[in-house]
Design a protein around this ligand. Structure first.
Ligand SMILES: *Cc1c(COP(=O)(O)O)cnc(C)c1O
Length: 369
C-alpha cells in the first residue's frame, strides 16, 4: 500500500541535506550564532520579497504577534477582534498583552467574516486581527473599510501566508504589521522554531528590534524598554535564506498540487474545496494547507488512514471560542457547523504527482462506495 503522510518532517532536512550541512558548517565555523549577518541578510530578503519596509526575525510567530501588539500599545481594557478559526496563538497574543480577545465567525472562505466583525465592535475595540489562513489573504479592502470607519488598527496573523497576496499586495503588509511563522511545517519552514514581523512603521520597527533583545539599545547598552529574548537564531536564518532562494518554485508547486486536487475532486460534488489557484483576480493563494469541507468527514478520515493517507483536522477539531477552559461565551453557529466538516489533506513539497493522484483517488473511492 502507498503511504502518504500528512507532513514528512525528516524530508525537510533530507531533501536538501547537502546544502544544509554546508550552511551549518559555514555558519558554525564563523561562530556566527546570534544576530549575525545571516539574520540581517535574511531579514532584508524577506522585506524585499514582501514589499514591507522592515522585516524582523524573531523566535516564533507567537512572540512576533505578542511584541507587535505591545509595540502598537495594545493593553488592558482593549478588545481585539479575531477570527475563531485560527490557532489559539492569535488569541493568546492579545490576552498576554492584557487585552480581551473577541472571536468572530469565519465565512465561507474560512477567513474572518466582515459582517461578524462589525457586529462585534464596541467602544473598547482597538483593532482587528485577521488570520490569513491556509495561505490565502482575506478581502483586506473590506477589513480596511471597517477599520477606517471605526478608527481601528489592523494586525495580521499571516503565519501561514508568506507570499500570499490580495490585489497584488502581500499578506502581512496591510496594517500595523504582520507575523510570519517558520515552524517546520509552514511553507517556509526552518529546522526548529522561527518567526518574523513585517511592518512599515519606523517606530514599530525600532521598538520590536529592542524588545526581541531584552530592550537593550545596541548603541548605548542602556535598557530602553521592557523586552525579552526572542531573536531568530542566526543558524535558522541561514537555513531559511537558503530555501528562500527557491521560494517562487515552492509556491508554484503548491499551486500546481491545488490544481490537481481541484480537477480530481471537484466533480465528486460531495466536497467543498478551496478556491482554485486562478479563480479570482484579487487573490493569489499560496496553499499552506488544502482545507476541504467534507460530508461524513470523520468516516472519510478513517478511510484515508486505512489507505495510508494522513490527514489533519484543524486545531484538533476546535475553533478558539470552543476551548471552554479559556472562558469564551460567544455563540458562533456558522463556525461550529464548519468545524464538523473541516479536513486538511496532504499539501507539501514531499508529494509526488503520483501521491497527489493517489490521495484524490482514495477520496473518490470513498464517495463512490
Ligand atoms: C503556526 C501558526 C501560528 C504560530 O506560529 P509559531 O511560529 O509556532 O509561534 C500562529 N497562527 C497561525 C495561524 C499559525 O498557523
Amino acid at each position: 500500500m502507498q503511504s502518504v503522510p500528512f507532513f514528512n518532517y525528516s524530508a525537510l532536512f533530507v531533501s536538501q541535506q547537502e546544502h544544509l550541512l554546508q550552511t551549518f558548517q559555514d555558519v558554525s565555523r564563523r561562530g556566527a550564532f546570534i544576530t549575525q549577518k545571516d539574520l540581517s541578510d535574511f531579514e532584508q530578503h524577506l522585506a524585499e520579497f514582501s514589499g514591507a519596509r522592515y522585516a524582523i526575525g524573531v523566535g516564533n510567530a507567537t512572540d512576533a504577534m505578542e511584541m507587535l501588539l505591545a509595540a502598537a500599545g495594545i493593553s488592558s481594557g482593549d478588545e481585539v477582534i479575531f477570527c475563531s478559526h485560527t490557532m489559539v496563538a492569535t488569541a493568546s497574543a492579545i490576552h498576554v498583552n492584557g487585552a480581551t480577545p473577541v472571536p468572530v465567525e469565519a465565512g465561507p472562505d474560512h477567513l474572518i467574516d466582515p459582517v461578524s466583525i462589525e457586529q462585534a465592535i464596541t467602544h473598547r475595540t482597538k483593532a482587528i486581527m485577521p488570520t490569513q489562513l491556509n495561505g490565502r489573504t482575506c478581502d483586506m479592502a473590506i477589513v480596511q473599510e471597517i477599520a477606517d470607519k471605526h478608527n481601528l488598527l489592523i494586525f495580521e496573523d499571516s503565519a501561514q501566508a508568506l507570499g500570499s497576496r490580495f490585489q497584488g499586495r502581500h499578506a502581512g503588509t496591510f496594517g500595523v504589521g504582520g507575523c510570519i511563522s517558520f515552524y517546520p511545517a509552514k511553507i517556509l519552514g526552518c529546522l526548529g522554531d522561527g518567526g518574523a514581523v513585517l511592518c512599515n512603521d519606523r517606530d514599530i520597527y525600532d521598538k520590536i528590534m529592542l524588545m526581541r533583545d531584552h530592550g537593550r539599545n545596541p548603541l548605548t547598552g542602556d535598557i530602553d524598554l521592557w523586552g525579552r529574548n526572542s531573536r531568530l537564531d542566526n543558524l535558522q536564518a541561514a537555513f531559511l535564506d537558503l530555501q528562500f532562494k527557491e521560494y517562487d518554485k515552492i509556491i508554484s508547486r503548491r499551486r500546481y498540487i491545488a490544481t490537481i486536487y481541484q480537477e480530481q475532486l471537484d466533480p465528486l460534488g460531495q466536497l467543498l474545496l478551496p478556491p482554485a489557484p486562478d479563480s479570482s483576480p484579487d487573490h493569489f493563494d499560496v496553499f499552506q494547507n488544502y482545507e476541504i469541507e467534507a460530508e461524513r468527514r470523520d468516516e472519510l478520515k478513517v478511510y484515508l488512514a486505512d489507505q495510508g493517507v494522513g490527514t489533519l483536522i484543524p486545531w484538533s477539531g476546535k475553533a478558539v471560542h470552543q476551548f471552554n477552559k479559556l472562558g469564551f461565551s460567544q455563540l458562533l453557529p456558522y463556525t461550529d457547523e464548519l468545524f464538523k466538516k473541516l479536513l486538511m489533506i496532504p499539501m507539501n513539497m514531499s508529494l509526488s504527482d503520483a501521491d497527489v493522484h493517489y490521495v484524490a483517488g482514495c477520496i473518490s473511492d470513498f464517495y463512490k462506495k
